[in-house]
Design a binder for this molecule. Structure first.
Ligand SMILES: [Zn+2]
Length: 85
């Protein structure tokens, strides 16, 4: 019956070595960390309060300020509310 314990031990060692050898594959999506880009900055939508990646945001220049929105609908709502001065 000791053979099973040995096999289990070998399996565990094999698993640890596998994780060691390929840490990127273990941590999830493959494309992450390949180029080292810092484009995944999360921004809060000022209209609906949703967080989204900056690269997916809708850009608006509001009186020289850089604004980003989760969708063009939120941008339009912001523009509408802002023009009621
Ligand atoms: Zn929004």
């Amino acid at each position: 019956m000791k053979l099973i314990i040995y096999l289990l031990l070998i399996y565990l060692v094999y698993k640890v070595i596998k994780i060691w050898m390929a840490p990127s594959a273990y941590s999830g999506k493959g494309e992450y960390g390949s180029a080292g880009t810092v484009e995944d900055i999360m921004i809060k939508d000022p209209v609906c309060g949703v967080y989204f990646p900056k690269k997916d945001g809708i850009y608006l220049n509001d009186d020289g300020r850089d604004m980003y929105f989760c969708s063009s609908e939120c941008r339009d709502r912001f523009v509408d509310s802002g023009s009621k001065k």
